[in-house]
Design a protein around this ligand. Structure first.
Ligand code: FES
Ligand code: FE2
Length: 390
């Protein structure tokens, strides 16, 4: 182990026993160190449930899309039997990606190299001219499958075949999200882009409202002022962190929500934006009328694939086109501001004088994210800390 990784793991292990309000940012090296990144891949991304899209992305039988998760090319498809499955998008003959495009609708997949044919259930249904091949057994040449679960309208996959099921881990989050009914929302705007920065910078950014007053000073601050942001109590499961930011005009928000949703939302939810950071890499920013989600998939220490979408109730999606265009332009601008910040931060992470700074009390979500990292990346060291009982 390098001295740098050793020091980083010591730092991470100290977070769980530190008050949220006493936490400092991670050291700059946490965002660049290749060995820490390798450990994150092994202990986080190869083990945790990761969002790859929405159930509505594969609404009809035969709908499919492809996505790379780390080094694994994945084909998600709704079979002609109605089941959604995730397969390895690598041909069982000589490795050609079976689906070469980003998405489509098909009854079968024909490999572009030698024409092997797979069904939407992953089975190999035909392989031309294979007579005489002694090792060929069609039944053994189906596409390998990944674990897939659906939650709140999202599709999750897991690279670990032995991972614990997702649903039980989400019980606390489900209770908190119930009134938002995210599974019923439709995608008004989808993103799929690359941010030039470490996945943790992107994830932290999606967890706090404090940056409204700086980064989103022209776009969000007037509507959702950072000063009012505050933490929600940390969940017992440690599976997520959450905070909220009340609207500047709470009366108007309450009136709007009462008109559209009767009494489904309590007053706090009706008059504020609510952010849930689901560990390791998911950001949900909810209002009674929307869920702006982002999932950050690392492509290396300094590069992150960002997929996400702005979800809203179906009856609002097809409202006044001018309002929709204005809304989409605002969401796009806000995302660009966040992308720029991630890039700017990454640029200075090798600075010899850069040093951890104190977190704001509105950034307790970030502190809890660091605690998750400590527990997950350095569990042995956390257990050996004096306050290990917590
Ligand atoms: S690699 Fe797919 S058919 Fe040969
Ligand atoms: Fe932001």
């Amino acid at each position: 182990m390098t001295p740098q990784l050793d020091a980083l793991l010591d730092t991470l292990a100290a977070y769980p026993a530190t008050d949220d309000a006493a936490c400092f940012t991670l050291p700059p090296a946490a965002y660049t160190d290749p060995d820490l990144y390798a450990l994150e891949v092994e202990r986080i991304f190869r083990r945790e449930w990761l969002i790859v899209g929405r159930t509505s992305d594969v609404a009809r039988p035969g709908d499919w899309f492809t996505i790379d998760v780390l080094d694994d090319p994945i084909l998600v498809v709704r079979g002609t039997d109605g089941q959604v499955r995730a397969f390895s998008n690598v041909c069982r003959h000589r490795y050609m990606p079976v689906a070469l495009e980003k998405k489509g609708n098909d009854r079968r997949f024909v490999c572009a190299y030698h024409g092997w044919v797979y069904g939407t259930d992953g089975r190999l249904v035909a392989a031309p001219l294979m007579e005489g091949s002694l090792g060929f057994d069609r039944a053994r040449c189906g596409l390998p499958q990944y674990r897939l679960e659906q939650w709140q309208g999202f599709l999750f996959i897991n690279l670990d075949d032995d991972a614990a099921p997702l649903a039980p881990q989400m019980a606390e989050a489900d209770a908190r999200l119930e009134s938002y009914r995210s599974a019923e929302l439709v995608t008004g705007l989808a993103y799929d882009t690359i941010w030039e920065g470490n996945w943790k910078l992107a994830t932290e950014n999606g967890m706090e409202y404090y940056h409204h007053m700086g980064l989103h000073g022209r776009t969000l601050e007037a509507m959702l002022p950072a000063a009012g942001a505050h933490m929600e109590p940390a969940p017992a499961s440690g599976r997520f962190a959450h905070s909220r930011c009340p609207y500047a005009d709470r009366a108007a928000a309450a009136e709007r929500v009462a008109r559209r949703h009767a009494s489904r939302f309590d007053e706090a939810d009706a008059t504020s934006s609510y952010a849930m950071g689901l560990f390791p890499n998911i950001s949900l920013a909810l209002t009674p009328d929307s869920n702006n989600w982002l999932s950050f998939l690392p492509m290396g220490p300094g590069r992150t694939r960002v997929i996400g979408g702005y979800l809203l109730p179906e009856n609002l999606q097809y409202g006044d086109p001018e309002t929709a265009a204005r809304r989409n332009a605002l969401i796009h601008e806000v995302n660009e501001e966040d992308a720029q910040a991630t890039w700017r931060l990454q640029q200075v992470m090798a600075s010899s004088k850069a040093a951890p700074g104190p977190l704001n009390v509105r950034e307790g979500t970030v502190a809890q994210f660091y605690k998750y990292l400590g527990r997950t990346l350095a569990p042995e060291r956390v257990a050996a800390m004096p306050a290990a009982a917590q």
